[in-house]
Design a binder for this molecule. Structure first.
Ligand SMILES: CC(C)(COP(=O)(O)OP(=O)(O)OC[C@H]1O[C@@H](n2cnc3c(N)ncnc32)[C@H](O)[C@@H]1OP(=O)(O)O)[C@@H](O)C(=O)NCCC(=O)NCCS
Length: 166
């Protein structure tokens, strides 16, 4: 199966939105309760691009099978060498190596952008994402207990960090 990576284009917005909204409704990967509209998602993506952060999509069989991006971890100036990223692969394409290609590319871009560290904030129930990040050398540096509440239960946020080596 051929997987191509390329930068996000406006016409990818609906496919990205579909993946995001599926995860909002069916998982704890996102802490949103309500699905997003096309316009809300477009604003979020444009904001990343306008700030020179990467949004990359993985294309398989002519479809957007997944995407990855990063942005500010926190907004005070001293955090400027730290980013928080996310990687999402649509259900149909999970377990085929797409997430791995996307995260590897984000790490390369982050190094080129002279960033120092990447953070993933992962719901503790999402063990597959924790395992996935561990394979890239991310370490769990903290768990914020009961920081989320969704589907009538408390959720715990796992903070995983990779210090980027030159
Ligand atoms: C987590 C996610 C991005 C991984 O992407 P993917 O394309 O399914 O994963 P890959 O096929 O590239 O697998 C990469 C590695 O992670 C491991 N992995 C992937 N899914 C896994 C799972 N469910 N359980 C354990 N390990 C898993 C694979 O074994 C693989 O390791 P290997 O190369 O040593 O075999 C994807 O499953 C996903 O989008 N999940 C839902 C949304 C989400 O949780 N995003 C992360 C939010 S930070």
């Amino acid at each position: 199966m051929e997987i191509t990576l390329r930068p996000y284009k406006t016409e990818d917005t609906q496919a990205i939105l579909d993946i995001i909204n599926y995860n909002i409704l069916n998982s704890t990967a996102l802490y949103d309760y309500n699905i997003r509209t096309y316009d809300q998602q477009k604003v979020l993506l444009d904001d990343k691009i306008n700030k020179n952060f990467p949004v990359i999509v993985a294309v398989c069989e002519g479809k957007v099978a997944g995407f990855g991006m990063y942005g500010e971890f926190r907004f005070k100036e001293a955090y400027k060498f730290t980013v928080e990223h996310s990687v999402y692969v649509s259900n149909d394409y999970q377990g085929k190596g797409i997430g791995k290609i996307l995260l590897a590319e984000l790490i390369q871009i982050a190094k080129k952008q002279n960033l120092h560290t990447m953070i993933a904030v992962i719901d503790e129930e999402n063990q597959s994402s924790v395992d996935f990040h561990e394979k890239f050398g991310f370490k769990t540096v903290g768990i914020i207990k009961e920081s989320g509440y969704k589907f009538d239960r408390w959720l715990h946020s796992v903070f995983m960090q990779l210090i980027l080596e030159k």
